[in-house]
Design a binder for this molecule. Sequence first.
Ligand code: PLP
Length: 458
Amino acid sequence: MATAPQSVDTEAQRLARRHLWMHFSRMGAYGPGHEIPVITRADGCYVYDEHGNRYLDGLSGLFCVNAGHGRAEIGEAVGRQMAELDFYTLWSYAHPRAIELAARLAALAPGDLNRVFFTSGGSEAVESALKLARNYHRMRGKGQKHKVIAREVAYHGTSLGALAATGITGLRSQFEPLAPGGCHVPNTNAYRLPAGRDPLWAADAIEERIEFEGPDTVAAVILEPVQNAGGCFVPPEGYFRRVREICDRHDVLLVSDEVICAWGRIGHWFGCERFGYVPDLITVAKALTSAYAPMGAVIASDAVAAPFMEGDASFAHGFTFAGHPAAAAAAAANLDIFEREDLCGRVREKEGEFRAMLESLRELPIVGDVRGAGYFQAIELVKDKETKESFDDEESERLLRGYLSGELYRRGLICRADDRGDPVVQLAPPLIAGREQFEEIHDVLSGVLADAWERTVG
Ligand code: PLP
């Protein structure tokens, strides 16, 4: 993973700096001496930039290329589909690939989650789930139920409705007022749980919030099985059982936002399987196609779908490209790979080895915590291990943006250095990763984190 000398003068750099608007990016930061990473090809667990440098894709694109890069058979399936039926809409029509995929997802989903509403991505899936929750209650004569309870620091997407559920102030404040009804409760950050506190207090906080808002006004609770933002917060034992009971008690729908946690990321088709709960709605996207095509979905229980399946009722909501035949063909080919290679089983088998590699980094003074599930792990960085003191905003800026992100990339590892909560480094490699990749991750991280400590604290 040697890094060749870089030039900022390629045509791609020039055009990108002038015309491309990158997402969540400080565009002004790119220029001489700070080039835009232009990824030109990919294979397996690796991607290559325009200079031919190789990087271990420790983030699976954006938590989505779960089957790994370069799976020609997915492209071939898409090509065959394009030749047969390029596009038809799901607005009052259907096509074979969407029908087959809906049936396949229903068969894989837990409980009686049998009805699939396709979208083009994760924010659309969350947006759709929230609208569906409101509409469902309204159709049952409970039109007051419109609020959604989500967790602090959780990310649920960027459209204005999904953003109302997202619990990250920095992402919300610039776009307010958001869709009304978003309420936030504590997350399950066990590392910072005050000593002696009941581990299930964060579940009980949901009930307290429902009661505070008035159960007649709350439509849904939306939670990820393992919360991404903040750094892979795993729920304590019994958390989801308690949340399920609370939702049932107050006639509130439980939405499991599995845009990241489904499709093997934490070792199962769906993240809720790992923690033994059955939600009313599941939102998925990303690795449904292993990102070979954009696609998302809401999978609804029979009970939630029922009011929409009778008489002249309809869910007055949709997206032109949702369930696109090419995306549905990509998803089917992707799921074939999952089944053939038992990628979920592989994650369960290998996650111990992956985790042990990360745990060994605890010997570094900057590593405060290692947490996560499956191939979805985070390392929390601290200034003082004993007191768990975190870096302040200015230190965090210097540490993460000023050093870590760039240096990890320069040394050939793509992962996420994030401070939407406390500073963390997150890893989510393709599910085909094994010992060789774990060792590479270890080697790069141990060097960079040791240097980061010297530069920031030492
Ligand atoms: N929900 C969760 C849990 C996510 O992680 C994301 C994206 O990362 C979204 C929703 C939004 O998905 P998208 O970026 O496809 O709109």
